[in-house]
Design a protein. Structure first.
Length: 137
């Protein structure tokens, strides 16, 4: 959802204020959650489509691992609007297994508070550093 004018924002805030006054705060919490979800969805969709080859139906069809393929990497996209993200070893193991099943290397692209980070294994990072140093020679 994109706002075209400040008037639209003011109108939405006024509507929310009226709803809160009439129905209470539980409904406003629900509406804000829905608004948050509707604004976050385009962000993750753009993240998945940003670069590389998007895996059709990623996450919804068994047997189609990852969100996109980028070079020799299978990239799993994660995002949060919060200032922290908890990555569990089970998540990394799943992504690694999916990547190996299609002969690719695992990578997690994490968009956290608008900053994009890439998580790869130490072995892949060391290999990448070696390739860079060979190119510089």
């Amino acid at each position: 959802m994109e706002f075209k004018t400040i008037i639209e924002i003011v109108q939405i805030v006024a509507i929310i204020a009226i709803i809160v006054a009439v129905l209470g705060t539980n409904l406003i919490d629900s509406l804000l959650l829905r608004l948050w979800k509707s604004t976050m969805k385009p962000i993750w969709r753009r993240q998945e489509e940003r670069a590389g080859i998007k895996v059709p139906g990623s996450g919804s069809i068994k047997g189609l691992p990852g969100d996109r393929r980028e070079g020799e990497f299978l990239v799993e996209c994660k995002q949060t609007a919060k200032s922290s993200y908890s990555l569990k070893l089970d998540t990394w193991d799943r992504i690694k297994k999916e990547a190996f099943s299609v002969s690719l290397k695992p990578c997690i692209e994490l968009m956290i508070d608008g900053i994009i980070l890439r998580i790869i294994s130490d072995a892949d990072f060391t290999e990448y550093k070696q390739l860079l140093s060979e190119q510089e020679e």
